[in-house]
Ligand binder design. Sequence first.
Ligand code: HEC
Ligand code: HEC
Length: 375
Amino acid sequence: MSFPYGLQNSSEKVCLTKIGKLPRLKSMFLRSIYSCVFFCSFIFSFLFCAPDFSSSQNKEQSLQKTLGAFLLADGWDVLEETKSKIGALPARSPGSESDTEATVNLGRKIFSDRNLSLNQIQSCTTCHILDGRQAGTDGQSVSRGTFGQIGRRNAPSILNVGYLKVLFWDGRKSSLEEQAVVPFLDPLEMALPSEAELLNRLNADSQYADLFKAAFPGSPSVSIASLRIALSAFQRTLITPSRFDDFANGNINALNYYEKRGLRTFLNLGCTNCHEGYMLGGSQFKKLDTVYSYNPNDQGRYEFTGKDEDKKFFRVPSLRNVTLTAPYFHDGSVRNLEAAIARMNHYEAPREISASEITEMISFLKSLSDKNREN
Ligand code: HEC
Ligand code: HEC
């Protein structure tokens, strides 16, 4: 049917009006198609170009991250607060300035020498395992000595121990040099009867004469004083920079979206009031046994100071490598991190911590692990 130039009646008018609207409808339709294509390409470019999404195995998580990152654009404020409240691990342990390769080598041998325990079964490495992904602990709730005798406390990680100014759960030593001889003579550990016996054992191994000479040319004989320095020098090399340190040094992409959220919660909940500084702990003493009862035979810091007000106070542990060092607490009574964090809720946490917050905080805590030992 051909279309008339003049309008004949009202029904024809209506018909023409509708037809006249068609191009407008078409352009609206096209516009919505264009915006749809634009939005999808935006999301896709986020999915495939954003730095940490490509590595994620879980697509759903990846999409959530994309949308989360898009909506929250969080990160810079967390970075600023991290710099001021936590900070990054310095490149070298304090006191390592005069350590040499020769002192470190001597320390390494002493550290793994089983002949230095009474029955020649145990070395420092037995309880502070360093191979592979091991983080300088033994995985036991409390350590066992060289005869299998049950100890009293959980072995802390000795990774980064050179940065600590307070040693042991009760803080009874304040330098590695001071601490070095304790395990050899502790009846619950390597159980040697005396320093004289320790020297005898060192002298009985001819390799030590050369190693001591190379490490201490000014005083080449085998001595306890030199052993203290060598063991400390070796332990000061146990440094574990992490992705968290890259973040604290200004690389905003070193942590993914979940890790940053976990860190945000960690800061918001005041965990850094106790787990403070770049070691995230290791410097204060706190009493926590109001809700859970601890071993009644361990009085904590009181055993060293003798002061009533120190009863049941224990050192706040460093949280570096914490995802690799279960079980937790001074008595190893807490099997996993979920439970350890939930327990923190009873002590000075300003509010209940939700299960999803715990999961996110664990993501953040993982980023504190050594890059070579990450889990
Ligand atoms: C039987 C297991 C065992 C052996 C062997 C052992 N340790 Fe330990 N180590 C522990 C335990 C348990 C603690 C915590 C003790 C405490 O706090 O009272 C500890 C604590 C430490 C600490 C303090 C860490 C901190 O964060 O405060 C250092 C350093 C250390 N040991 C080094 C050594 C050295 C060096 C040797 C070898 C000479 C050694 N250990 C042998 C179990 C052991
Ligand atoms: C009031 C001080 C304090 C606050 C606040 C605090 N902690 Fe602790 N935290 C401690 C002490 C003390 C221990 C060790 C207790 C013990 O061994 O008996 C500990 C232990 C831990 C452990 C076990 C570590 C190990 O190696 O055994 C984890 C994990 C932990 N805290 C995480 C957190 C988190 C996460 C927060 C914030 C929600 C937090 N803490 C807040 C004092 C505190």
